[in-house]
Design a protein around this ligand. Structure first.
Ligand SMILES: *[C@@H]1O[C@H](CO)[C@@H](O)[C@H](O)[C@H]1NC(C)=O
Length: 436
C-alpha cells in the first residue's frame, strides 16, 4: 500500500499544480499545459467499496451540516496533508481528490488516510467533505453526466463513498463544463452545463438527506453551449448546490504577457498583458447569472506566484512588468509537472507557498526581498531584482473577509491548508468570516 501511495504521490502532485493553474487556464486559452513529458501510467485505483462491505459502526455524533455553520472551508491535499489541522479554526475540511475513472469509480486517494481525517474531524465536531475531480481529474466528467444511466451510476458511486467514509459533504470539482480551457484531453459537450445540473439533482436524490453538495467553480459562470460563460444560468441552479466555491486565484501567472496579481480582490489598474478579472467581478458575474450571494463562497489562496520580468522591479514601478521568462521555479515545493494528456510538457508552476514566504521573511523585507502593496488588486507584491511575487498576506485576506461579509457571501474557501505557517497566520486572518 505504501509503495502504491508513493507512486500515486507523483501523479497527484501533478494534479496540484494543474488544479491551481485552472482558473488561469479558464481565461487564457493560449496557456495550455500541452506538452511532451511521460505521464506515469495510471495505477489501479482504490475504489470505494460497496456499502454492504463497510464495517458497521454506531452512528458518530453528527457534525454541523447546516450551511450557516460552514463558513470557513479548507481544502487539504491527499499528497501533502498538514502536519496538524487547527480544527477549532475552521468549519469544514475538503479532502482532495477522488478522481473518477471512465466508469465513474473513484480512486487515486489514500482511503485509510481519508478515514482517519474523517474520524479526527468528527471527534472535533467538524464536517469533512471529499472532492471529486480536480484539474487532472476531470477527463471523463462530460460523459459521466451525459446520460440518465451514467448519471445514476456516478451518483451511486459517490453515495457509496459518502457511506463508506461517513462523509458530511461532497465537493464537485469539474474543471470545466464545456470548456476548451481544462486539460487538453478532457471530454467536452455543448450540453455539459445542462447535464451537470441534472447530475447534481440526481446526486441530491441519491445522497443521504442533509449531505451538503458544493462545487469548486471558475471566476465566470458555467459555460453555455458555445463555450462562453453563461450570462444567465438555468434558475434551477439556484439552490441545486449548497455552495459555489469561486476559485479566485491563479488569475495571473507566468503564462501571461505581464506579471499581475494572483488573487485580486478588485481590479482597477492597467489592462494590457494581464487578466483583469477579480474576486469582485467573479461574484458579480455569478450573482448576475442568478446565484444568490449566500450560495457564493470566495476561494482564497495560501500561496503566491512568482515571475521573472524584463526590468528591475521597485515599489515605484509596481508589479506590472513584461514577463521575460516563464516557468521559473517557485519555492522549494514547486516541482515540474505535466497534464495527463498525450504530449503534455512538464513545467514549473511558479507557486510560492505562504509558509516559504513567511520563513524567508519576504513580507518583512528580509533576504533581499521588499514587499509593497498593490492598490489596484488589494494584494501585496514582493520584488527582488527582476523577480516579482504576487501573494496574499493577513492584510489582503482580512480585506477579502470584509468583502465576503459586506456582500453577504456564504463564506470563504481556501486552497490549501498545509501552505500556511506553523502559527496558522493566514487561517487566523480569516477568522472574521466565522463571526457575525
Ligand atoms: C518594506 O519596504 C517597502 C518599500 O521600501 C516599504 O514600503 C515597507 O513599509 C517595508 N515593510 C516593512 C515591514 O518594513
Amino acid at each position: 500500500m505504501k509503495t502504491l501511495s508513493n507512486h500515486l504521490l507523483l501523479l497527484v502532485q501533478t494534479a496540484l499544480f494543474l488544479y491551481v493553474a485552472s482558473v488561469a487556464g479558464c481565461h487564457h486559452p493560449e496557456h495550455q499545459h500541452t506538452t511532451t513529458t511521460t505521464t506515469p501510467a495510471l495505477q489501479p485505483t482504490t475504489t470505494a467499496a460497496p456499502a454492504e462491505t463497510t464495517t458497521t459502526a454506531p452512528e458518530p455524533s453528527t457534525p454541523a451540516t447546516s450551511k450557516s455553520d460552514n463558513r470557513l472551508i479548507a481544502y487539504i491535499a491527499d499528497w501533502a496533508l498538514p502536519e496538524k489541522i487547527a480544527w477549532d479554526k475552521l468549519d469544514q475540511v475538503i479532502y482532495s481528490f477522488a478522481v473518477p475513472d471512465e466508469s465513474g469509480n473513484l480512486g487515486e486517494f489514500d482511503a485509510d488516510q481519508l478515514k482517519s481525517i474523517v474520524k479526527e474531524g468528527h471527534d472535533n465536531g467538524k464536517s469533512v467533505s471529499l472532492s471529486v475531480g480536480g484539474w487532472t481529474g476531470s477527463l471523463y466528467f462530460s460523459s459521466l453526466v451525459g446520460s440518465e444511466s451514467s448519471r445514476a451510476k456516478f451518483a451511486k458511486n459517490i453515495a457509496n463513498a459518502v457511506d463508506e467514509f461517513d462523509l458530511d459533504a461532497i465537493n464537485l470539482d469539474w474543471e470545466y463544463p464545456n470548456s476548451a480551457n481544462g486539460v487538453a484531453c478532457n471530454q467536452n459537450d455543448p450540453q455539459d452545463t445542462a447535464n451537470y445540473l441534472k447530475f447534481v439533482q440526481q446526486l441530491r436524490d441519491t445522497l443521504p438527506k442533509g449531505t451538503l453538495i458544493n462545487a469548486a467553480v471558475a471566476t465566470a459562470p458555467f459555460n453555455d453551449e458555445n463555450q462562453q460563460p453563461s450570462t444567465t444560468l438555468d434558475p434551477e441552479w439556484k439552490g441545486a448546490l449548497d455552495g459555489f466555491y469561486i476559485m479566485g486565484y491563479d488569475v495571473n501567472g507566468n503564462w501571461n504577457e505581464d506579471a499581475g496579481p494572483n488573487a485580486p480582490l478588485y481590479y482597477d489598474g492597467q489592462s494590457d498583458g494581464i487578466d483583469t478579472v477579480s474576486a469582485d467581478s467573479a461574484v458579480k458575474a455569478w450573482s448576475a447569472a442568478g446565484i444568490p450571494s449566500d450560495q457564493l463562497y470566495l476561494g482564497v489562496p495560501f500561496y503566491g506566484r512568482i515571475a521573472q520580468v524584463t526590468d528591475k522591479v521597485t515599489a515605484r514601478t509596481g508589479m506590472y512588468q513584461p514577463i521575460q521568462k516563464n516557468q521559473i521555479k517557485g519555492d522549494e515545493y514547486d516541482e515540474k509537472s505535466a497534464d495527463p494528456c498525450p504530449g503534455a510538457k512538464s513545467t514549473f508552476s511558479g507557486m510560492y507557498q505562504w509558509r516559504s514566504i513567511e520563513q524567508q521573511g519576504i513580507s518583512t523585507n528580509s533576504s533581499g526581498w521588499e514587499t509593497s502593496w498593490d492598490t489596484a488588486s488589494q494584494t501585496p507584491f514582493a520584488y527582488k531584482g527582476n523577480r516579482v511575487l504576487s501573494f496574499d498576506d493577513p492584510h489582503s485576506l482580512r480585506e477579502k473577509v470584509k468583502y465576503a461579509k459586506a456582500n453577504g457571501l456564504g463564506g470563504v474557501m481556501l486552497w490549501s491548508l498545509e501552505m500556511d505557517d506553523a502559527d496558522n497566520t493566514l487561517l487566523n486572518a480569516l477568522q472574521g468570516i466565522r463571526k457575525d
